[in-house]
Design a protein around this ligand. Structure first.
Ligand code: KG4
Ligand code: ZN
Length: 371
């Protein structure tokens, strides 16, 4: 992130001096993430430590996230994880200058745990709070990678709840180019995987199963591929997967889905599903690049960990002299590092709305282009 933008060295909010230490708290869904990011006197934010607890094992038995269980587990994890990042970075509570937390979007109860912890800590330490947009965290997470981007760029945000293409001209300068009209890409992976009898969250499982399958064996729709705009639709794909499983006689038959004979067919179906999702995502990214004239892409969110998406996007962009940036693999899914980083970049660019009031204010629904 060398000379990314002239705005990045704007004056700090009153009372805040560089270097400053930011604690980030993420609790919007099924991962509790804590991190410490330092904004040095000069230069770019540095990740000092981050710690994560994933609730996947707990929710797997239910085939999806159970909001009440998620909130209760965040409560159990948030303090030990905060202690862990302080110990790992050699910092103390007294060193923290800003407490940042995910304000939304996400599950209301889960968000309230992070917000409650942040408000309590901010009040006890007499330090300001900063509510961060979860998707801004994902969007800026590649700035922590070994190959950080520079503004401006096209961003493809692909998570369990969102599929959006944005034009990003700087911190806080986000223009929506297109988004899904129904299911998100991650949701398409998860719902198709569930139909195939795979565990939650289905994306990584489907992708692993797809490795031994033939992507051309099932004829699946590429929804809105030729719509001419930058919107997406994935609900029809899940329905098509369902129809194939009905035809095979395997729908809602976990006993049949688990047989050795079913495995190669399921691998083919998984490969075909993944190929359909990836083809649509890559084509729309190329269209967004063409319509904006930009030469740089950032991919963020959990589906950004998908290896086929990375390979196909890299290949298509290399041919067109377009640079592609990703978060480090372990920072693709939800984590506290991206929240602390987004807070640091907001502070650095003079756009942090710091608060000294513990308002416990969360926004389960929150549009990124509105911030
Ligand atoms: O960003 P994220 O951790 O949470 C949200 O903010 O939603 O994304 C989670 C989503 C899930 O739908 C999960 O199945 C998907 O990312 N995902 C993947 C892969 N890893 C995670 N989808 C496809 N391939 C993967 N390797
Ligand atoms: Zn997320």
């Amino acid at each position: 992130m060398s000379s990314t933008s002239a705005t990045l060295n704007a004056p700090l909010p009153a009372d805040l001096k560089r270097p400053c230490l930011i604690l980030g708290v993420e609790s919007s869904c099924d991962e509790t993430g804590l991190a410490l990011v330092q904004l040095p006197s000069e230069g770019e934010p540095r990740l000092l430590a981050h710690a994560l607890h994933s609730q996947i094992d707990m929710h797997q038995a239910y085939g999806g996230v159970v909001p009440e269980l998620a909130s209760r587990d965040h409560i159990r994890r948030v303090v030990p994880l905060a202690r862990q990042v302080l110990a790992e970075s050699g910092q103390t509570l007294a060193d923290i200058d800003v407490v940042a937390y995910t304000r939304g979007p996400g599950l209301a109860g889960a968000l309230l745990v992070g917000a409650g912890m942040a408000c309590a800590l901010g009040t006890a330490l007499n330090k300001p709070l900063l509510g961060v947009h979860h998707l801004e965290g994902h969007l800026l997470s590649p700035f922590l990678s070994v190959d950080p981007p520079e503004f401006p760029f096209v961003a493809l945000l692909v998570s369990g709840g969102h599929t959006q293409l944005m034009r990003v001209d700087g911190v806080g300068r986000y223009e929506m180019l297109g988004e899904t009209v129904d299911d998100a890409a991650g949701e398409a992976f998860d719902k198709s995987a569930k139909l195939m009898g795979l565990p939650y969250p289905g994306g990584p499982h489907l992708s692993r199963l797809a490795e031994s399958g033939d992507p051309s064996s099932f004829d699946l729709p590429r929804p809105m591929l030729h719509s001419g705009n930058l919107d997406f639709s994935f609900a029809g794909l899940k329905t098509a997967v369902r129809t194939h499983l009905v035809r095979l006689g395997w729908l809602d038959r976990p006993d049949l889905l688990a047989t050795p004979e079913a495995q190669p067919v399921l691998a083919n179906l998984a490969a075909s599903t993944q190929a359909a999702i990836v083809e649509v995502l890559v084509k729309k990214v190329l269209l967004a690049l063409k319509s904006t004239g930009l030469k740089r892409v950032v991919v963020a969110g959990g589906v950004g960990a998908n290896r086929l998406l990375r390979a196909q996007l890299d290949q298509a962009c290399a041919r067109r002299q377009i640079r592609v940036h990703y978060p480090e693999m372990h920072l693709c899914t939800d984590n506290g590092a991206m929240i602390a980083l987004a807070a640091a970049m907001r502070i650095q660019s003079g756009q942090a709305r710091l608060s000294t009031e513990p308002t416990f204010d969360v926004k389960p629904r929150w549009d990124l282009s509105s911030i």
